[in-house]
Design a protein around this ligand. Structure first.
Ligand code: GAL
Length: 694
């Protein structure tokens, strides 16, 4: 229905809104695109018209149109072109670029340019430069040299964002906004430190409270004045470290809000606001910063090597979890990057496979960074869709194919999104807390999450990754690997979930810390001990793996082993350690307890891959989790997206060989046409299948 009305609108627009501006003759008869009618699944690219003569734009846009590109992200580094001198604005070129793009059927996402302040700004307001951790001032010549907490910088950033929003907030061809670019660099200057101290005052109220909660009697750290509190980022008091990261997160949120408010105040509500995040990057709490955005988006770069479908897919799921809805891939590599140790290209076909993998995980847009390299500048070697000569590179036809497929599958994918029966809980507090005190240098909290994610995804064929405060009642199984910092509110959410019949599995190091990154006064898992009817008696960092055996077969625990006890008579031991350091020998490694219709399980071992597979089989079987689709050959990924009346299954073959998949029932083959009982997928092959909802 939407597709039909879109066509009609396009036709109406073709008659009604002919655009005649100073532009190449070939374009004069072309209609402008219709606001609010952007295709549901968009192919896009980062385009930098400010780097090229206007006489070149049409050739670029023509090539984009031929590749079915319907979105350009523009402007995010163009401050010096928009405001060449303080208070003198030039948006004419940007209007022309947006209008030209529209005549090629291309919508624009505008980036606010605040990640790259102009030289005049830095020269006139040197106080806006950030201070690096070693005390040196950053300088002009790169990007992200600004201080995100500096009031003058915020004033200037708000001003440019406001001017842009006034210019383009009603532009029919602008569909959304990206604020800044990849928030990352913070500042350690005296004024920021003062803001941090004020922030602490608001949070803790009194120094007595702060001193008690951080146990500052330790090493004579007791503070008698707020202005004594330093900034620490690695080996400081754990309460101080966590507070600094909370301050950093809140400060990014207010930095963003500063621009967001003026955009919202001047732009039509149909224009979304997002920022481009960075997957597993943990420089701030993404749940905090996402709160004010309409949509999450991220920049998905493989870097060196090939696509790791688990790690990358989990990053997609993580990003989807920020707003618990579909997201965009705002940037991704056309083949290769320029910043890895070895900047190999993805294989022929892999870029397309990766695009569909992202769509399968809930992306509604894939946008390539970048269209064509600037002829000079720091990124001359980065992958692009056009060469320096302005003609397509070998990857272009593959991207063109993706575009044609998005056009075909868009109407079927519209309004669909992934939804899993399994949730993995993820929290920045816990990741930070573990990373500051790994205790075993190889203990990587993301690797810990992935050790659970991989087998669970293989079985369930879809996993949500959400924050511990997310509503959990829709899930059959909730797994919390390494939920090291556990607030009372989070503990309550988990307890409630289990009492309502949910199945909760806690991974090692869970429930050890409180919200001040201090130790809980109960052993792990802290406030969940009574529900579990058992606890962690002691933890051991391991130099070499120790044997484990029981309900999940025989294997090893690596890096880490927790000696558990089952105190309650109905708490069952699932796995035990074999002979190792004496302490662990014969002791429980995993325990479980039924709670009404629900259950709580604690796994104290970092299980090897095949034992973890067995554990995942056990978890999914006991909680009634079923595969979303059905059996697929190893190496084939399946991604369900659910709509109101139908379900779409995307299949991508990452096995190195051709694979055949028998479908659970005959389905509509969206890309090839027809109703099919099975599909044959070559390496990196893709199928998009649609079936009525069950
Ligand atoms: C991103 C950044 C882009 C570009 C790209 C290169 O992190 O947002 O501007 O530099 O990396 O891979």
């Amino acid at each position: 229905m939407r597709a039909v009305s879109r066509k009609l609108l396009h036709a109406a627009a073709a008659i009604a809104c002919m655009y005649f501006v100073a532009t190449p003759a070939s374009l004069l008869a072309k209609p402008a695109i219709v606001p609010d009618q952007a295709p549901p699944i968009l192919l896009g690219t980062a385009w930098y018209p400010e780097q090229w003569p206007e006489s070149r734009w049409d050739a670029d846009l023509e090539l984009m149109e031929k590749a079915h590109i319907h979105m350009v992200r523009v402007g995010e580094f163009a401050w010096s072109r928009m405001e060449p001198e303080e208070g003198q604005y030039d948006f004419g070129w940007l209007h022309r670029a947006i209008d030209d793009a529209a005549r090629h059927g291309i919508y624009t996402v505008l980036g606010t340019p605040t990640a790259a302040p102009p030289a005049w700004l830095t020269q006139k307001y040197p106080e806006t430069l950030r201070t690096m951790e070693d005390g040196r001032k950053d300088q002009h010549g790169n990007r992200q040299q600004f201080n995100w907490a500096n009031p003058k910088y915020r004033e200037l950033a708000r001003d440019i964002a406001e001017h842009m929003a006034r210019e383009f907030g009603h532009d029919p061809h602008v569909i959304g906004w990206q604020i800044d670019n990849e928030y990352r660099a913070v500042s350690y200057d005296a004024n920021t430190q003062k803001q941090f101290q004020d922030w602490l005052k608001t949070r803790y109220g009194t120094l007595d409270n702060l001193n008690a909660r951080w146990t500052t009697a330790y090493w004579s750290q007791t503070y008698t004045n707020w202005n004594q509190i330093p900034i620490e980022t690695s080996f400081g008091n754990p309460g101080l470290l966590l507070s600094w990261m909370h301050f950093v997160s809140d400060t990014w949120r207010s930095y963003q809000k500063n621009q967001l408010e003026v955009i919202r105040g001047n732009a039509e509500p149909r224009q979304f606001i997002t920022t481009n995040m960075m997957g597993w990057f943990d420089g701030y709490d993404h749940y905090v910063v996402s709160q004010d955005l309409d949509m999450a988006s991220w920049d998905d770069y493989v870097g060196e090597g090939q696509l790791d479908r688990y790690k990358n897919g989990a990053a997609d799921d993580l990003t989807r979890g920020f707003k618990r809805k579909n997201f965009w891939v705002m940037e991704t590599q056309p083949g290769s990057v320029n910043w890895a140790a070895v900047n190999n290209s993805l294989d022929k076909g892999e870029v397309r496979a990766m695009a569909w993998h992202n769509i399968g995980h809930g992306a509604d847009t894939i946008s390539y960074w970048q269209w064509r390299s600037a002829l000079n500048g720091q990124e001359e070697y980065h992958g692009t869709l056009l060469g320096a000569d302005g003609t397509p590179v070998p990857l272009y036809p593959e991207v063109q194919q993706i575009g044609a497929e998005f056009a075909k599958a868009g109407p079927v994918l519209e309004g669909t999104s992934p939804k899993s029966q399994v949730a993995i809980l993820h929290s920045y507090d816990s990741r930070w807390a573990i990373n500051w005190q790994r205790h075993n240098k190889n203990y990587d909290p993301v690797a810990e999450i992935l050790s659970y994610y991989k087998p669970l995804r293989d079985i369930a064929q879809s996993v949500d990754i959400v924050n511990p405060m997310a509503p959990l009642d829709g899930y059959k199984l909730v797994v919390a690997p390494g939920l090291n910092v556990l607030s009372d509110a989070e503990a309550k959410n988990l307890i409630e979930y289990v009492k309502q019949g949910g199945n909760l599995v806690l991974g090692q190091r869970s429930g050890m810390k409180n919200i001040d990154n201090g130790l809980q006064t109960e052993r792990q898992p802290g406030p969940l001990v009574p529900l579990l009817g058992g606890r962690v008696e002691q933890y051991y960092a391991l130099i070499s793996p120790v044997p484990v055996s029981g309900a999940w077969g025989t294997g090893t625990s690596q890096l880490w082993a927790e000696l558990l006890s089952a105190k309650s008579p109905d708490t069952r031991v699932l796995m035990r350690y074999g002979k190792s350091n004496g302490w662990l020998d014969g002791q429980p490694a995993a325990i479980t307890r039924k709670v009404g219709k629900g259950s709580i399980t604690y796994i104290g071992a970092w299980l090897d891959e095949s034992t973890m597979e067995n554990a995942a089989k056990w978890m999914t079987a006991m909680s009634g989790v079923k595969p979303a689709f059905g059996p697929v050959p190893a190496g084939v990924d399946v991604y369900p997206r659910y709509g109101k009346d139908h379900t779409v299954y995307i299949l991508v073959n990452f096995a190195g060989t051709e694979e055949h998949v028998t479908l659970p029932s005959a389905m509509t083959d969206v890309l090839q046409g027809g109703t099919v009982p099975s599909v044959a997928l070559p390496q990196y092959g893709v199928a998009v299948l649609s079936t009525p909802a069950k």
